[in-house]
Write a protein that binds this ligand. Structure first.
Ligand SMILES: [Zn+2]
Length: 323
């Protein structure tokens, strides 16, 4: 609460004007907008999202990758641009974010995971979030085990710390293993299908009609940080599959989990994507890995409950403390 008041007051005093001016384009990474709270993957509330959009509108123009071309600054650019780039393809995007975007006449980008659209299941990462919530609700330590994989959930630790340690290990595996392990745990813990609904192809085509530019966020959301036979499916096949379902060329690839191996980056360039989306402060590629044939965008994660704090994050306030 105090934090919220601090940022609201700082906004009212226009303190953001003291920060260095924004680059000509800032790309934001968003996930869920909705009303169901989730301690490990909290959505922005619809009110926070709407207010955040209003704050952005005062200083920025909204655009998408399609209009930008390959990363050159447009000549007639008076105000800085901002791109709202969503990941994962949750249904609550349609229910809560899209109506606001349509009302405010704002275009956006949404990167979807083919398997989630096809099966309606949430990404494996969210399934493990739900598994951890279930384990903590049982108030007993728990061992997650499969072949050489072994992880003890110590419920005396904070759930956020456990999640961080667990995911660090899981990121060493490809989707088939992660999917099997998640299914085994869901059975063992007697979990019902979570309420995380995903958009289907009709929903995605409907989004397109309302100005949402669709990109690929891979086929299965595998971590792309370790060399694997799976890359071709995740990077190249996801593009082909989405194109066949939406009737448009897919120009944008958002690396899942913010992780990227330099060779996976090259594979995305070779697959014909024009825009490669990464996460600011995530697993960074060094400059010599970046191709100048594509637009490279390090997106800023938007995840605070306060629209004012999110605004300060966009204009670089948080970066002053994380260099
Ligand atoms: Zn994702």
């Amino acid at each position: 609460m105090l934090r919220h008041i601090f940022f609201q007051l700082s906004y009212a005093l226009r303190i953001y004007r003291l920060l260095p001016s924004s680059p000509w384009v800032t790309v934001l990474c968003l996930h869920r907008v909705g009303v169901h709270s989730h301690p490990l993957f909290p959505p922005l509330s619809p009110n926070t999202f709407r207010k955040f959009i209003h704050l952005l509108k005062r200083e920025f123009d909204f655009t998408t990758f399609t209009y930008l071309g390959v990363g050159d600054k447009p000549i007639a650019c008076k105000r800085p641009f901002v791109i709202l780039s969503f990941d994962d393809g949750y249904k609550d995007f349609m229910e809560y974010a899209l109506p606001i975007l349509v009302e405010e006449k704002i275009p956006s980008n949404h990167n979807i995971i083919v398997d989630c659209v096809e099966t309606g299941k949430p990404p494996w990462t969210q399934r493990f979030n739900n598994i951890l919530l279930k384990i903590f609700s049982l108030k007993k330590d728990f061992v997650i085990e499969k072949a050489a994989f072994h992880f003890r959930v110590n419920i005396k630790q904070s759930i956020h710390k456990v999640k961080k340690d667990l995911f660090k290990q899981l990121f060493n595996y490809d989707y088939p293993f992660l999917n099997e392990l998640a299914s085994e745990l869901e059975n063992r813990l007697d979990m019902e299908q979570a309420q995380d609904q995903m958009m289907n192809w009709n929903d995605i085509n409907e989004c397109q009609r309302w100005g949402v530019e669709i990109g690929s966020h891979s086929y299965y959301h595998s971590p792309l940080c370790n060399p694997s036979d799976f890359w071709e499916k995740e990077i190249s096949q996801s593009k082909i599959h989405i194109e066949s379902r939406i009737g448009k060329v897919v120009h944008t690839f958002a690396f899942p989990n913010g992780l990227v191996h330099p060779e996976a980056y090259q594979a995305a360039v070779q697959a014909g994507y024009r825009n490669i989306l990464l996460i600011e402060g995530g697993s960074m590629l060094s400059v010599e890995h970046l191709s100048n044939q594509v637009g490279n965008y390090f997106r800023r994660l938007i995840r605070h409950a306060s629209p004012y704090e999110n605004y300060f994050n966009v204009v670089g306030f948080h970066r002053l403390f994380h260099r």
